[in-house]
Design a protein around this ligand. Structure first.
Ligand code: ATP
Length: 357
């Protein structure tokens, strides 16, 4: 059985011409599985919205194909695609009631009146807005408007729902609530969600898989855990979470730092011998011990910054490289460290990632 809902195959999109041309998508290939919560994550201008608009049919690709359920839909107009979009601005009709907004798409499809009414009721129950069915959408809070927009987009039972930064207009508390709500809706409906955000925490907490984008290209696709623990390059390691970067050389199957210490790393092959690489290490994977313990790297404490639940300890290695360790703050007192102190630094097994370019 084909379990792929949407596929972009070598999608290219350029805007403008000649010297002013912008390559918004640069040969993007991605497959999104049926029933998946898939997030496109990346900084402003990386091409997330453009990819979403190609899937919706609002833009034509300059090159490549868009497939849905295995069929090429590249030339199909938006209204012929079983795809719906929730926009950042909600785009509700202010002069219509909540129920009329939700039923609007079905009316457009000329569905029978009874079906429109029943589906509208079901959708309003799904987003818990039954009590507000008769209210004009201009009289709703931001969170309520967001729910109407979701109900309206889900009503025609699209195969795929595209969500373009749908939570960015909400305050933090409401945003957290709606994140949970969206996950619930996706589970209950089983519809494939393609969600766009530039917020890494939102992507990590909500997604089955994430496609990380930068400069019109997909940098990495994987589960939140894969992306966080095994970033493939420096961009991904620094865009999602924080990371230390250390230059090293591969010597006898291990990564040798400038300070002379060797670190065990995974996934090397004989051709890597002698290669200069960059290592990525998450700050929470750095442990501190006494300086004279075996197998530790000597480091000097440069600075301690208190962040509540944790304290960031800035360290310097003997070759001048800097490393940040994120240490859990003790319940009371300080971390027992002071500036200028010499400590031993140890990295958890599997903590060191060798990055590509
Ligand atoms: P944001 O998070 O800010 O919405 P994004 O990752 O969604 O950003 P896109 O909106 O896809 O990025 O834009 C990708 C690039 O294409 C940007 O450089 C943008 O300026 C450019 N672009 C997008 N739409 C057009 C257009 N209609 N005409 C010209 N350039 C465009």
């Amino acid at each position: 059985m084909n379990d792929i809902a949407v596929e972009a195959r070598n999608a290219v999109k350029t805007f403008g011409q000649g010297d002013h041309a912008v390559r918004a998508l640069d040969d993007v290939s991605v497959t999104i599985r049926k029933g998946e919560f898939f997030t496109l994550l990346g900084p402003s201008g990386c091409g997330k919205t453009t990819l979403l608009r190609l899937i919706a049919g609002f833009e034509m690709p300059t090159g490549g194909q868009i497939l849905l359920d295995g069929a090429d839909i590249t030339d199909l107009p938006p209204n012929k695609r079983p795809v719906n979009t929730v926009f950042q601005s909600y785009a509700l009709f202010p002069h219509l009631t909540v129920a009329e907004n939700v039923g609007f798409g079905l009316e457009m499809l000329n569905r029978p009146k009874a079906e429109v009414r029943q589906t509208t009721e079901r959708m309003l129950a799904l987003v818990k807005l039954e009590a507000l069915a008769g209210r004009k959408t201009s009289q709703l809070s931001g969170g309520q408007q967001q729910r109407v927009a979701l109900a309206r987009a889900l009503a025609p039972q699209p195969k795929v729902l595209l969500l373009d930064e749908p939570l960015s207009a909400l305050d933090l508390k409401l945003r957290k609530e709606m994140q949970t709500e969206l996950k619930r809706l996706q589970h209950e409906t089983g519809i494939t969600f393609i969600f766009v955000t530039h917020d890494q925490e939102e992507a990590l907490t909500m997604s089955d898989r994430i496609g990380v984008m930068s400069a019109g290209k997909i940098q990495q696709i994987g589960s939140p855990r894969d992306i966080y623990t095994r970033p493939v390059n420096r961009f991904v390691a620094s865009f999602i979470g924080e990371s230390n970067f250390l230059p090293a050389t591969i010597v006898q199957g291990a990564a040798r730092l400038g300070s002379g210490h060797s670190l065990a790393v995974e996934g090397l092959t004989p051709v890597d011998e002698g290669r200069k690489v960059t290592l990525a290490v998450r700050p929470e994977q750095v442990r501190l011990t006494a300086e004279d313990e075996a197998d530790t790297i000597r480091a000097t404490v440069r600075d301690l910054v208190y962040f509540g639940t944790d304290t960031h300890c800035h360290l310097m290695l003997s070759d001048g490289e800097e490393v940040v360790a994120r240490l859990q703050s003790p319940a009371s007192g300080d971390a027992g460290l002071s500036e200028g102190q010499i400590v031993g630094l140890r990295l958890a097994p599997g903590a060191v990632q060798v990055l590509g370019d």
